[in-house]
Design a protein around this ligand. Structure first.
Ligand code: GLV
Ligand code: MN
Ligand code: MN
Length: 406
């Protein structure tokens, strides 16, 4: 099994890798994305799987006839800018390796089995994460998705059409959703819980509520050398005060919050900026704490903007409520994959397609130990032995789920 995993991993690894940083730039509907989709399709065909592209651009590989009450596994193959190799790909590669392992063990699933690759999970190109699974479940409208734009102003609809797919049929897909009996996504852990517990594999119990908020601070562009300090309406100042308010609010609320993306206009060293556009990513164990954190950041930003003669417009770009995966399913998988004692069931602050699907179908996740905890960075890694343990765990989970109904 380790050979299969290594071979699959080696085939995918060069696609979208930045030779200088070792990180990945894998964005939806780009030429690299097309290569990745071709890679997946070829690997699925090599396993006699039937590959379909759904109306939203997600890829489905079926072992046997597509049908109702299917056991579905998979993840995503897009990345954040300069992302790691494991976030997403580990779930897809492990799923294909688990299909081989089921075959090798001579196990015949009694339910249909599919491997799915969701598009635009990270939202790195079009701003809204989990887009493929949200479209599938109807959690976002087709109109909104079609009009999302990338940094160059290209819409999702245009980009999808340029990639050879028809954006006219985007949207909720109840028939496809109805085929899913249960969904299990394997993913690298994005933290050190498993490393602390000394366990190679865990099960996800809950996903923290989280969201993204855009803040536009607008002032007056002017000359950096001649404009008196008293005459400035510099949006950089309230923005800077807001960043420190974000940190304070996160600590006060027992939460995490980040300003990781900023666009400056005109972004020139001898001009006072006219606009700072920034994104707040905030996550908390509960929704009340999250809402309160965001309100306190908004208040601090408004006060700072007023003080500097700058206007502020803020918008919620996405919001994901807290998700608790079904306890019975989590406990069952924890027992199946844990060996002598059940695998740990844990909560996470990271968002996942499984959490979107959980609103419609029984779903949960398997996490693979990440010794450093680092993710969304080139240094993200899991040890080979833990990757193989992940494939074994997923194989056991699929064998168990395909042999009996949840
Ligand atoms: C995805 O990785 C997220 O948690 O934003
Ligand atoms: Mn991610
Ligand atoms: Mn991911």
């Amino acid at each position: 099994m380790s050979d299969t995993f290594d071979r699959l991993w080696a085939g995918l690894a060069p696609l979208g890798r930045d030779r200088t940083t070792g990180g990945y730039q894998r964005y939806s509907w780009t030429p690299v994305d097309a290569e990745i989709r071709t890679w997946f399709t070829a690997e699925a065909h090599a396993r006699n799987m039937t590959v379909e592209t759904d109306r939203n651009g997600n890829l489905w590989a079926w072992l046997g006839e597509p049908g109702p009450d299917a056991v579905v596994t998979g993840s995503h193959l897009d990345s954040v800018p300069n992302g790691g190799a494991f976030d997403g790909p580990l779930g897809v590669v492990s799923a294909l390796a688990a299909v081989d392992e089921l075959n090798r063990r001579g196990l015949r699933p009694t339910r249909p089995l599919a491997v799915v690759v969701f598009v635009e999970e990270e939202g790195a190109r079009f701003g809204v994460p989990r887009l493929g699974s949200r479209l599938l479940t109807g959690a976002i409208t087709a109109e909104r998705a079609r009009g999302l734009t990338d940094e160059g102003g290209v819409t999702w609809a245009r980009a999808m059409a340029d990639a050879g797919l028809d954006p006219d049929h985007l949207g909720a897909d109840p028939e496809r959703l109805a085929r899913i009996g249960v969904f299990v996504e394997l993913h690298i852990e994005q933290g050190r819980s498993l490393a602390r517990l000394g366990a190679p594999v865990g099960v996800a119990g809950t996903v923290w509520p989280h969201g993204r908020w855009r803040m536009d601070f607008s002032g007056q562009a002017d000359h950096a050398g001649t404009t008196r300090i008293a005459d400035r309406n510099d949006p950089m100042l309230p923005f800077a005060e807001t960043v420190t308010a974000v940190r304070r609010a996160a600590v006060e609320h027992g939460a995490v919050a980040t300003v990781g993306r900023v666009w400056l206009t005109p972004n020139n060293s001898n001009s006072i900026p006219s606009r700072v556009r920034a994104w707040l990513d905030a996550r908390a164990p509960g929704e009340a704490a999250l809402r309160s954190l965001v309100d306190s950041v908004d208040l601090a930003a408004r006060l700072a903007a007023a003080e500097h003669g700058v206007t502020l417009a803020s918008f919620q770009e996405s919001f994901f409520p807290k998700v608790a995966f079904p306890e019975e399913l989590c406990d069952r998988l924890a027992a199946v994959v844990g060996g002598d004692s059940p695998a740990p069931v844990m909560s996470t602050g990271a968002g996942h397609d499984a959490a979107i699907l959980a609103s419609a179908v029984p779903a949960t996740m398997l996490f693979v130990r990440n010794p450093t905890g680092i993710s969304h960075a080139p240094e993200e890694r899991a040890d080979p032995a833990d990757c193989y343990a992940g494939v074994t765990a997923l194989t056991e989970a699929l064998a168990d789920l395909t042999a009996a109904k949840v």
